[in-house]
Design a protein around this ligand. Structure first.
Ligand code: BTN
Length: 322
């Protein structure tokens, strides 16, 4: 009922909606409506109440809770389990702790992380109420060698969700989304499985939405950016999170239905920041110059090096533009 009332208030925008009208639409008492309005105010919603006119939503808190996301989610995504934390150590860590007993498609989302993790043991800067920190639990019945493709799937889904606001966004194989060379989004895919059986996958996505330049620690200021910095305006985290969930779920279902990753690989190829570029391939103890040629049908980066063509897997290397 709460999310319905919220939807009504959001739809009425500048107008007023009477308690009477809402009680009729929902078939509940006016006292019940009042109780929910009270609850919403406690959660930070500013709702004006004018005698004989009704209620008017003045301001809503920018939270990523199921109630706040509900108005933006498609009906098919609203039934997906969504677990929200105002603050948590890491959505990936939590997702892994519940993955075995959770149904696939479960989403963990947080307004803040105190121990956000990036690739290669790095931290992921996760200030409160600015960005999106999201993890999705998946259990595809596919061989382990296809796991890296799910990072590509997430990159393609996030690109689609964010590119209306940032059309110049690019995908840096395998797991970053960049704007003019600075990182807007990072993806951390983790898995549990044995040689031939994948138990679960957790795809963790961090998106810098409303971080300001000053919010970033000094060491990140030149390499990271946010949608707000690049567009010059604050964006709705709720709307963006709902779009990410929708695109992720859509592409995942397509891959499971068709068995083909071609659609998402094409998105990664079309918007790649690396293809056609001269790059340096960093391994633990070497740096090798190369030219990025293609992303192959297995999601590997095809590079032209002085010793010939190589197909790089995402776990093995780190790529920098030359
Ligand atoms: C990277 O670029 O190194 C990957 C960053 C991944 C960050 C996200 S935020 C949500 C999820 N929880 C985590 O602790 N990490 C991922």
């Amino acid at each position: 009922m709460k999310s319905k009332i919220l939807e009504y208030l959001q739809d009425t925008e500048s107008d007023y909606l009477s308690g009477q009208a809402m009680s009729q639409m929902l078939g509940v008492s006016r006292a019940a409506i009042w109780k929910v309005i009270h609850q919403l105010r406690e959660e930070g919603y500013e709702i004006e109440a004018v005698p004989r006119k009704g209620y008017h939503l003045i301001h809503q808190p920018d939270r990523l809770s199921p109630d706040c996301l509900a108005p933006y989610l498609l009906p098919e995504n609203s039934i997906q389990p969504l677990i929200h934390f105002a603050t948590i150590s890491s959505t990936n860590d939590y997702a892994k702790s519940i993955a075995l007993e959770s149904s696939e498609g479960t989403i963990i989302i947080a307004d803040e992380q105190t121990k956000g993790r990036g690739r290669r043991g790095r931290n992921w800067h996760s200030p409160a109420n600015k960005n999106i920190y999201l993890s999705m639990i998946l259990k595809p019945d596919l061989p382990i060698h296809q796991v890296p493709m799910f990072t590509q799937l997430a990159a393609a889904a996030v690109w689609e969700a964010l590119s209306t606001a940032l059309p110049q966004l690019s995908i840096k194989w395998p797991n970053d989304l960049l704007y003019e060379g600075r990182k807007i989004c990072g993806i951390l895919t983790e898995m549990s499985g044995e040689m031939h059986a994948l138990h679960y996958l957790v795809i963790g996505i961090g998106i810098n939405v409303n971080t300001t330049q000053e919010d970033f620690p000094e060491d990140l200021q030149t390499i990271a950016s946010s949608m707000r910095i690049e567009t010059g305006r604050e964006l709705s985290r709720q709307q963006l999170a709902a779009q990410v969930i929708e695109r992720l779920t859509f592409h995942y279902n397509q891959v499971i239905k068709t068995g083909s990753f071609e659609t998402i690989l094409d998105i990664c190829r079309t918007h790649s920041s690396l293809l056609g570029e001269t790059i340096n391939i960093h391994t633990r103890d070497s740096v090798q110059p190369a030219r990025a040629i293609q992303i192959d049908s297995e999601g590997r980066l095809v590079v032209d090096t002085k010793s010939g063509l190589q197909h790089l897997s995402s776990g093995e290397v780190s790529i920098r533009k030359a």
